[in-house]
Design a protein around this ligand. Sequence first.
Ligand code: PMP
Length: 429
Amino acid sequence: MNLVERDIEVNWHPYTQMKTAPLPIPIVKGQGTLLIDENGKEYIDAISSWWVNIHGHSHPYIAEKIFEQLNRLEHVIYAGFTHPSAVELSERLLKILPENQGKIFYSDNGSTAVEVAIKMSIQYWKNQSITRNKFVALKNAYHGDTFGAMSVGARSVFSEPFINYLFDVEYINVPVKGSENETLNQLEAFLSKGNCSAFIFEPLMQGAAGIIIYEPEVLNKMLEICKKYNVLTIADEVATGFYRTGKFLATDHIIENPDIICLSKALSGGTLPFAVTSVTNNIYEKFLSPDKSKMLLHGHSFAANPVGCAAALASLDLIEKDEFSKNLVRIENNHKRFLPRLIEHPAAENCRMLGTILAFDVVSSEENSYYSSLRDSIWNYVIDKGVLLRPLGNTVYILPPYCITDDEMKKVYSVIMELLDSIKGEFSN
Ligand code: PMP
């Protein structure tokens, strides 16, 4: 049996209808922006492998630092113990996080980073014997697949089978252009009832909802309203963190600082499952008490795993290099030059960009749904041409590792143009 045959005998892949999905592509090597399959075919990873990879695949510097750490200390229980990499990483993160952030809590994926933020918010109020029961979130929100994270997310295709098991949340409109005041009014009306514990949001860009972008000014006003009503603010920067929107955090585009920040995906440079939830000292202090039951009642076996910390530290080293910021500008400029061509194309609509993220919708008579058949046709088309894109319904987006070369970007753009040219003929839906 070959690798793919062996895979489907034993493996169950995420977000995959195993009965009808195309066979998985057997990747045996990653190098820079490229993924290479067992037949030697190369794929440009134009989506950073689910938003995680920022420095390119199999980066030798991160690999070396991971190896060094593995030889020194691979893991230690983080309750009752600490280690140099956790201390150094928290020190370095707190230097680049907003100035109001005071403590770092470690977990191991984006959903758990959010889960921790939710539990911190609930217990923050409970520890003070204050009743604040409700979360407010944005419509369409996606915050992960664990139950708390699903609950604060929109009721959508992702959570549909589990709806009866999720807790109630108040939703307000996404403040897209033209509807800002409506959202601000909804937020104020809800918060004035006095029962809200926290507002959770994907800052400036909702990813899984289909790359929906909104402006910093309105987000800043929303955080001002939350401050006015003493409601905690949770920035889910799992997707937007690490310069995707042009700055380290999407919330670095605004003046107000969130109380809690969730980071994962690119935190370890795309190498290991790793996450942090950072908080203000004000929140942290509400858990300090002679009463043991007021401690944060949450933890994971792999919390602050030293190898994860070493990968994140190595990634921060690479971020600090001059080349890194030059690459961000270069990618943004390439996107800006490509955008007018995209806008002109009759098969593309809602063309948009934010930092290194570029997205558009493929025009179709079919409803833009996660299950659209056009989505599968787009996937097949671009994969065949050696480009990895993972459309969300008819929405196509590019967010490459920052080491992508100009030539590789040109190839991605030209495959997209070919795709759009072929839309009418080939997919005829
Ligand atoms: N929050 C956001 C904004 C995300 O985009 C995601 C993942 N796409 C998550 C949380 C969950 O992260 P993970 O898949 O690592 O659990």
